[in-house]
Design a binder for this molecule. Structure first.
Ligand SMILES: [Zn+2]
Length: 275
């Protein structure tokens, strides 16, 4: 059965001086996983974070960016999971794309395999793969008058994750370090992931932009820590596969997008490949 598509959520999240932050969240329904992509709008231009997954959402995200009437200066891909970059080949082939060098190498080497692995999605997948051409390095850069801080976070939800912070306005683009209101994609790196989230809790940042779900506050970051701790304990107690999934579904009935269990469990509990 093909994944069904329904309305995304589009909102302006914050405005401070010349900077506006927008978010675009794909559906929470059916087997969608509420992919969240963002726009940093400054005086003269736009910077985008991630490129959506399924073709209709990628096109709608691009349409929204274009409706703001400013050029897209660049787009950052946060990490190598295809739900963050498949949409580049659908709607962002003309845009300069930045990513960590590890993410670039992965998409270069495995992008096509990933696309053929998703054949069941039919025309919801992109017609081609776009490999990011520009390296995003840890450090600071001022873009259109706004200071950005980039970091390379290892071994959490993914091996290499790019985070982007705007210290002057207190916004932290955490992408898949935070699943906001949805079930998390779990990996074996839960200890380090929890540490990184704990650092967020004692930081000066107030608004956390997730890779899935709606914009988050520190309470949601804390709830992610609690979820990871519970999952780690359940696995330590010997729960695997369906017994683990049922335990987590019962413990967190309020969280959406349970389809994610079937994506990560073959990797966490079996020997399935990383992509
Ligand atoms: Zn993701």
């Amino acid at each position: 059965m093909l994944t069904q598509v329904s309305d995304p959520i589009i909102m302006t999240v914050k405005q401070t001086g010349d900077v506006r932050i927008h978010t675009f969240v794909a559906s929470f329904a059916y087997s969608n996983i509420a992919n969240a992509t963002h726009i940093i709008e400054t005086k003269n231009q736009l910077v985008l974070v991630d490129g959506q997954f399924l073709a209709p959402y990628a096109r709608a995200f691009r349409d929204y960016a274009d409706s703001l009437g400013k050029p897209i200066e660049r787009l950052y891909v946060s990490h190598r999971h295809p739900d963050h970059w498949f949409g580049l080949g659908t709607a962002f082939t003309d845009i300069t794309v930045y990513a960590l060098s590890e993410t670039m190498t992965f998409i270069h080497e495995h992008g096509e395999d990933s696309r053929s692995d998703h054949w069941k999605l039919g025309d919801l997948t992109p017609e081609r793969i776009v490999v990011p051409k520009q390296v995003a390095s840890p450090g600071e850069e001022t873009i259109d008058g706004t200071r950005y801080v980039f970091d390379r976070v290892t071994d959490t939800e993914i091996d290499y994750d790019l985070t982007i912070r705007l210290p002057e306005i207190g916004v932290y683009f955490a992408q898949d370090l935070i699943y906001s209101g949805t079930h998390l994609y779990l990996t074996k790196h839960m200890d380090h992931w929890i540490q990184v989230l704990q650092e967020m809790l004692v930081s000066d940042y107030e608004l956390f932009m997730p890779g899935h779900g709606l914009p988050a506050d520190k309470n949601e970051v804390a709830r992610n820590i609690e979820y990871l701790s519970a999952a780690r304990q359940a696995i330590g107690n010997g729960l695997t596969n369906d017994t683990f999934k049922n335990f987590m579904l019962q413990r967190y009935p309020e969280r959406k997008c349970p389809g994610i269990f079937d994506i990560y469990m073959p990797r966490l509990f079996g020997g399935a490949s990383d992509y």
